[in-house]
Design a protein around this ligand. Structure first.
Ligand SMILES: *Cc1c(COP(=O)(O)O)cnc(C)c1O
Length: 462
């Protein structure tokens, strides 16, 4: 399988080179040259596979023989063996129309573990195979950082530096990142927002000389490995429900910020998974909702919400969807992204809007509505939603029609966002692993949100 850039200026790459490149050298994002197809017979044959077995089949479609099957199988088993639930991503029935797909049973209690456990092990594998150093640089709105650090802490040949917006992540998220004391981990608390962190990272990666000098590698969802890993649970949820006799086309409701998780669902659909509606749920940072409903992609004012991992205005994966929307035409994508840089917005040509609205339904959830949803579902179903999941569930409540079935993706364990959940008077007991974080020492450096300040920290660390 080869990978190409959405902007068309990178020679086709193999899987490992695509992972190592992260952001494409021409400023675009890497996508598979051709999306592998899964037909109905294959889907049926996959019906009894475990999560790890299914992941192995799907990864093989994207990796080919670049990683020997036995080695890939070991990577997959190492990555998902750390999950606390035997099903890895179990589906829970809430009522006739709603299921919740729990993606938070990994080491850091958020769905990022599904991709980052795999990516961490993959980097360790590549480092060993090629005898090379890997320096991971990433920005986090909260969950990616903890998960990426957990994926590589203490691993030989790898160093990791994570930027997070100082004071704008939840307490548990901060503790999960900063209480790690392995020497190969550096946490930078940046004075600024997540968008600032993400912009700095993007600019440092775009500085190809700097990137090569320090062997910089990405773990943000611009990395195609993350997207591929996330397609697996869409298939797995479908297969679990099919086994339970659910034969309707299923909707998926996805709380999204960077357009990563929902793009994985879109890709699963392009591979052949029969999906009903793909519901895009945002919080008050609703650039993606406005894009779907109004056809304009334009950042608005940053809003702090109860779902900080979705407090994002510029969605780094959006360009991947744009590529397919433009009929896989890199010239058109380059033109539109150029327009975004110079004018600060992209207006989707009106003849393409019907396609956008066939691909997605969207709803932006207000802060109060998010908390109300948590309160309602706890009272009615004795099921505690975290605020991100609550956005997806609220959007599903709005957009699922009579007789339809929606699977809402649950992206985090509620214990990670206790501050918000308490606002509805709900008391929860922390899982033991989270409770244990509170007594530990924290390791982080406070820095200004400028490229120069971050560069200086990196040069010292590497
Ligand atoms: C990262 C994250 C999201 C958003 O995922 P994207 O891939 O950025 O769309 C949603 N919920 C939680 C808990 C997250 O950590």
């Amino acid at each position: 399988m080869e990978y190409i850039s959405t902007r068309g200026q990178v020679a086709p790459l193999g899987f490992i080179d695509a992972i190592l490149m992260g952001l494409a050298d021409d400023g675009g994002l890497l996508v598979p040259k051709a999306v592998p197809q899964v037909d109905a017979a294959t889907l049926q044959a996959w019906g009894n596979l475990t999560y790890a077995e299914l992941a192995l089949e799907i990864f093989t479609l994207y990796i080919g023989d670049e990683i020997p099957r036995e080695a890939l199988q070991r990577l997959v088993e190492d990555s998902y063996g750390t999950f606390r639930d035997a099903d890895v991503t179990p589906v829970r029935r809430i009522n006739n129309g709603l299921y919740v797909l729990e993606l938070f049973h990994g080491p850091t209690f958020a769905f990022k573990d599904i991709a980052l456990q795999f990516l961490g092990n993959l980097y360790a594998y590549v480092s060993k195979q090629t005898n090379s150093i890997i320096h991971i640089l990433g920005a986090t709105s909260g969950d990616t950082g903890a998960s990426a650090i957990e994926g590589v802490r203490g691993k030989e040949g790898i160093r990791i530096c994570i930027l997070h917006p100082s004071g704008k992540v939840s307490k548990v998220q901060e503790l999960q990142m900063t209480t790690v004391d392995d020497a190969n981990v550096l946490n930078l608390a940046v004075n600024g927002t997540f968008d600032d962190c993400q912009r700095i990272i993007k600019e440092l990666f775009a500085d190809v000389a700097f990137k090569h000098k320090y062997h910089l590698r990405a773990i943000n969802s611009i990395n195609i490995a993350r997207i591929l890993a996330q397609t697996v649970y869409y298939f797995y949820a479908y297969l679990q429900l099919a086994q339970q006799g659910q034969s309707e086309r299923m909707n998926f409701s996805v709380p999204t910020g960077n357009f990563g998780d929902i793009f994985a669902g879109y890709l699963a659909g392009r591979m052949g998974l029969p999906i009903g509606k793909l519901i895009l749920a945002t919080n008050e940072n609703n650039i993606l909702e406005r894009f779907v409903n109004e056809g304009v992609y334009e950042p608005g004012e940053f809003r702090g919400t109860h779902s900080p991992s979705m407090d994002i205005q510029v969605a780094s994966n959006f360009e991947r969807y744009l590529y397919y929307l433009c009929g896989e035409d890199p010239v058109e994508v380059s033109r539109l992204m150029g327009q975004f840089t110079t004018e600060g917005s992209i207006v989707i040509p009106s003849d393409r809007m019907s396609q956008v609205q066939a691909d997605f339904a969207a709803y932006g959830v207000k802060n109060e509505e998010c908390l109300d949803t948590i309160g309602d579902y706890f009272a009615k179903y004795d099921y505690l939603l975290d605020p991100h999941t609550a956005c997806g569930v609220a959007a599903s409540d709005r957009l699922t029609e009579e007789g339809e079935v929606t699977v809402a993706l649950s992206t985090a364990h509620p214990a990670k966002f206790d501050e918000s959940i308490r606002l509805r008077g709900i008391e929860q007991t922390y899982p033991e692993q989270i409770g244990a974080l509170f007594g530990k020492a924290q390791h982080q450096h406070q820095v200004d949100g400028s490229n120069a300040a971050i560069k200086a920290e990196l040069e010292r660390f590497f």
